[in-house]
Design a protein around this ligand. Structure first.
Ligand code: UDX
Ligand code: UDX
Ligand code: ADP
Length: 467
């Protein structure tokens, strides 16, 4: 028997916690869901009456939040109170790669997971199911259990409060940004790892409200944690594989889109995730692979570590290769040249720039003395300044923003497309070309623009993977 869950607390109101809890609240009106965060500004943005100003941009998120907020979906900074009230606590905090100490650059920094587990240990009441939502290194649940276990025992003599007990589950999130709501509403699968069957069924019962039972997979804790890292490593590997073939296509006269179609029709390979581009970005892929690499080394599996590490090496190479190629085509120098950069987000339909390929490519070009004019429909100038590590400036080796691709193109020698925003497929190349300095270039790293129209307008065109 598993008592139904009536109250949920989610620690971390980020890209994962916010949308996931919004959908749970929307689908389960009988459960009170409170999302808490230390970041008061972020919580205020989640509570903004203007649904256009939520801190995370996801198509459809505003409607879901609009339906549930105030009814059974709440955003708060009162972490301890929300934990105390909850039957189930999701840990959805950030787990970035460590920047210093042992495992710097590879291992995950678990300080926020540890801190939130300690907060749960201190504030929980009665029986609490703790669910790991953040992507974590394998066997993190051990740490979480140890911290919670200590709280279970740390009861002073004569303390008569009801005993604290915990069950720990791993429930990794597979949503992709930009399609978060669709992915949450109709997931390929939900994965629940754990040892306590009652806790597993409590969580399965929540998802079962809208997800068919055969899509709810139950595994042990370690398989669940490892599946998340493996899924992301496989997906990233496909991108490095197709990008490696794109370079070979450019050298030989093949076209990577034709190759992709030809191999994707093999049902064993499948047609998705075969788009060549400027390399993968996002908060997960690189972090999770490096995490996997660190884990393999820890267990003495050097060849396995090296195998996966190469996926990241190739990704970085692809970004540098594109920046180098732009410089070469522009007669070996971009110093003082105006270059329009279309797209800064790591992919379309998101305002997220974490690990965006645009960051490295722009930095490389800035280093070469270019004057970048950056446009992105969802990324703010403040975010770009933070990512590039320098304020906006019109000087050589500087960057500024523009309101539209046309404005950015004015006086430019080249246009670089780095994010596949749909609008970039419909640009008016006649109007743009008329604004540019000749000879003018289009470097389309996403192969999304109408290359024939750009050529007809007099531009030289480079497309990723086109020989
Ligand atoms: C392969 C390709 O499948 C085929 O399209 C191409 O034309 C020729 O090469 P083949 O070598 O006959 O065909 O056999 P395949 O079934 O692909 O298996 C190749 C090897 O991979 C075998 O040793 C098989 O045991 C191994 N394998 C396959 C695995 O170890 N695991 C798997 O999941 C699949
Ligand atoms: C990814 C996983 O898809 C998701 O399951 C996991 O939960 C989190 O990490 P996300 O990072 O949001 O999601 O985006 P995704 O669509 O996977 O794209 C990642 C990167 O790969 C982007 O930079 C994208 O542009 C790039 N990509 C993707 C390609 O270059 N080519 C492709 O064919 C697909
Ligand atoms: P993700 O992409 O995994 O959702 P984010 O960085 O977008 O990651 O969100 C994680 C959130 O977790 C941040 O807003 C951060 O402030 C919050 N957070 C981290 N540690 C704690 C904690 N101990 N208590 C409350 N919130 C926390």
């Amino acid at each position: 028997a598993h008592p139904p869950i009536r109250t949920i607390c989610c620690i971390g109101a980020g890209y994962v916690g916010g949308p996931t809890m919004a959908v749970i609240a929307d689908r389960c009106p009988g459960i009170q869901v409170t999302v808490v965060d230390l970041n008061a500004e972020r919580i205020a943005a989640w509570n903004d009456p203007d649904l256009g100003r939520l801190p995370v941009y996801e198509p459809g998120l505003d409607a879901v939040v609009g339906r549930a907020r105030g009814r059974n979906l709440h955003f708060s900074t009162e972490v301890d109170a929300a934990i105390a009230a909850a039957d189930m606590v999701f840990l959805s905090v950030n787990t970035p790669t460590k920047t210093k100490g042992v495992g710097a650059g590879q291992a995950s920094d678990l300080r926020w997971i540890e801190a939130s587990a300690r907060q749960v240990a201190a504030s929980a009441r009665g029986h609490t199911i703790v669910v790991e939502k953040s992507t974590l290194p394998v066997r993190t649940a051990e740490t979480v259990k140890a911290i919670l276990g200590a709280a279970q025992q740390n009861r002073p003599e004569g303390d008569r409060r009801q005993a604290k007990t915990f069950a720990v589950l791993s429930n990794p999130e597979f949503l992709a940004e930009g399609t978060a709501i669709a992915d949450l509403e109709a997931p390929d699968r939900v994965l629940i790892g754990g040892e306590d069957p009652a806790a597993i069924e409590s969580l399965a019962g929540i998802y079962g409200t809208w997800v068919p039972q055969d899509r709810i997979l139950r595994t042990n804790l370690w398989s669940s944690e490892l599946s998340k890292l493996t899924a992301n490593a496989y997906l990233a590997q496909r991108i490095s594989s197709i990008n490696s073939i794109a370079a070979l296509c450019e050298a030989t006269g093949a076209d990577v889109r034709e190759v992709g179609r030809a191999i994707g029709t093999d049902s064993r390979i499948g047609s998705k995730f075969l788009q060549a581009g400027p390399g993968f970005g996002g908060s997960c892929f690189q972090k999770d692979i490096l995490n996997l690499v660190y884990l393999c080394r820890h267990y003495g599996l050097e060849e396995v570590a090296g195998y996966w590490e190469q996926v990241v090496t190739l990704n970085t190479w692809q970004q540098d290769r594109i920046a180098r190629l732009v410089v070469q085509r522009l007669f070996g120098t971009v110093t003082g040249k105006r270059l329009a950069v279309l797209g800064f987000a790591f992919k379309a339909d998101t305002n997220d720039t974490r690990e965006a390929p645009a960051i490295r490519i722009c930095q490389d070009l800035i280093e070469e003395g270019a004057r970048l004019v950056i446009v992105d429909p969802k990324v703010s100038a403040a975010q770009i300044a933070e990512d590039l590590g320098q304020p906006s400036s019109p000087a050589d080796g500087g960057w500024q923003t523009a309101g539209s691709p046309l404005e950015a193109a004015s006086g430019a020698d080249a246009i670089l497309i780095l994010t596949e925003w749909r609008d970039y497929a419909r640009l008016d190349w006649g109007a743009i070309a008329a604004q540019m300095r000749r000879p003018a270039w289009l470097f389309d790293a996403r192969a999304i623009a109408d290359a024939a129209a750009a050529r007809a307008a007099g531009l030289n065109v480079w497309r990723v993977g086109e020989g």
